[in-house]
Ligand binder design. Structure first.
Ligand SMILES: Cc1cc2nc3c(=O)[nH]c(=O)nc-3n(C[C@H](O)[C@H](O)[C@H](O)COP(=O)(O)OP(=O)(O)OC[C@H]3O[C@@H](n4cnc5c(N)ncnc54)[C@H](O)[C@@H]3O)c2cc1C
Length: 368
């Protein structure tokens, strides 16, 4: 068998898996249904490098976020990927939110996030003069990056290591054959490939791909919910340098403020469960954005926000259900040798990407 690994999906996660394996000397091919890399979830997100405060201690999200963030800060300067370690404030705008900040600080510390500090409202204002809050957590390791730059860097490394990315090459189905997998590929040049291992990193299509794999137990395919996130952009100068997040609250929309690498200010993403892959910004949500932003920035003027873009999270939990972890499933779960399937790689998947690559490679080393 010529191929060690066939990876479905040239988003940031599939590319990171391919890069880890290719640079370790494995023969890899990435299958991508689109004619360019990174056109899926990886092209419609906040491009935030998460420090790792928010995730349940011990979860894959927490561990891979902290490891992935550290790996990114080593990797990006070496490979010329545009980024900024701009820091973040998580703000309490009312006294009754301070308890939630304290719990978040404790969680972040348990997750191993470096440099976290509780600030008074005045201390936060010394860092960001326009902010109005009663307390804040300062997270100096949070940052922003250019996601396409990261994917191009990964693509370059895969090519340098002798790997290939097949574009316009949709994965159609797979079945075990001999020591590995026989994979049917569609598109303009349909073909069949054989590989020792198969990795499904297909974002919103991961469940559909799993259903096309012979013998994949239906009970192990998690439900998929589309969690749309709308963004609005601010006209005029960006008021803050740092990322600004609200104190966590039940039912929080997950919105935040970001000044991008070009200096423009964005608000989003909210969370709207939708039935179809529809990327039109829901303009009716604008009042929520004004209310959200004015809690910590009362100076926001009417009419200053315009629809920006939208992304869709591959969520495994629906409205009102507790949010869970990534599902990175190997043979112990689905019973199929040489197969790793990734489901629900929502935020912080971009931050985690390099660590997911290492995690998947370690699963293969352990006999997946
Ligand atoms: C609104 C929003 C905000 C986010 N913000 C952040 C953030 O600030 N920070 C952060 O760390 N993370 C963030 N994320 C999460 C992050 O964007 C994702 O976790 C990450 O991009 C997932 O990458 P992926 O490679 O798994 O998926 P994708 O980028 O979707 O890649 C999957 C690829 O598989 C391809 N594919 C699908 N089916 C097939 C097939 N049959 N054959 C061949 N190819 C196929 C698709 O075309 C696609 O290119 C956010 C996500 C959203 C939606």
């Amino acid at each position: 068998m010529d191929l060690d690994a066939l990876i479905v999906g040239a988003g940031v996660v599939g590319l990171a898996c391919a890069r880890t394996l290719a640079t370790a000397g494995r023969a890899v091919v990435v299958l991508e249904q689109e004619t360019r890399i990174g056109q899926g979830v990886s092209s419609r997100n906040s491009e935030v490098i998460h420090a790792g405060l928010h995730y349940a201690p011990g979860s894959l999200k927490a561990r891979l976020c902290v490891a992935g963030r550290r790996a990114l800060y080593d990797y990006m300067p070496e490979r010329g990927v545009a980024h900024a370690r701009c820091g973040k404030l998580v703000v309490a705008t009312r006294e009754d939110e301070i308890g939630a900040l304290e719990a978040l600080l404790a969680r972040g510390t348990e997750n191993g996030v470096e440099g976290l500090r509780m600030l008074s409202g005045e201390e936060a204002q010394a860092l960001e003069p326009e902010i109005v809050c009663v307390a804040a957590i300062h997270s100096p390791e949070s940052g922003i990056l250019e996601a396409h730059g990261l994917m191009l860097a990964l693509e370059g490394e895969i090519a340098d290591a002798g790997g290939a990315i097949a574009l316009g090459a949709p994965f159609e189905s797979a079945a075990r054959e001999g020591e590995g997998w026989r994979v049917r590929v569609g598109g303009d040049a349909p073909t069949t490939l054989a590989a020792r291992t198969l990795i499904i990193a297909a974002g919103l299509d991961a469940q559909a791909c799993a259903r096309s794999i012979e013998g994949f137990p239906a009970a192990r395919i998690p439900p998929l919910h589309y969690g749309k996130g709308n963004y609005f952009v601010l006209s005029g100068a960006a008021p803050f340098q740092m990322l600004i997040y609200p104190a966590p609250a039940p039912g929080s929309l997950g919105l935040h403020y970001k000044r991008d690498l070009g200096g423009r200010a964005h608000f989003g993403p909210d969370l709207e469960f939708v039935a179809t892959e529809d990327y039109a910004v829901n303009e009716a949500r604008a009042p929520l954005f004004y209310d959200f932003a004015r809690r910590f920035w009362p100076a926001l003027k009417d009419g200053a926000l315009s629809p920006d873009y939208a992304g869709i999270r591959p969520k495994l939990h629906g409205p009102g259900e507790p949010q869970g972890d990534f599902h990175i499933l190997g043979p112990q779960t689905h019973g199929l040798e040489g197969l790793i399937a990734l489901f629900g790689i929502e935020s912080p998947g971009l931050t985690c990407s390099l660590a997911i690559g290492a995690h998947v490679a370690a699963m293969l080393e352990d006999g997946a």
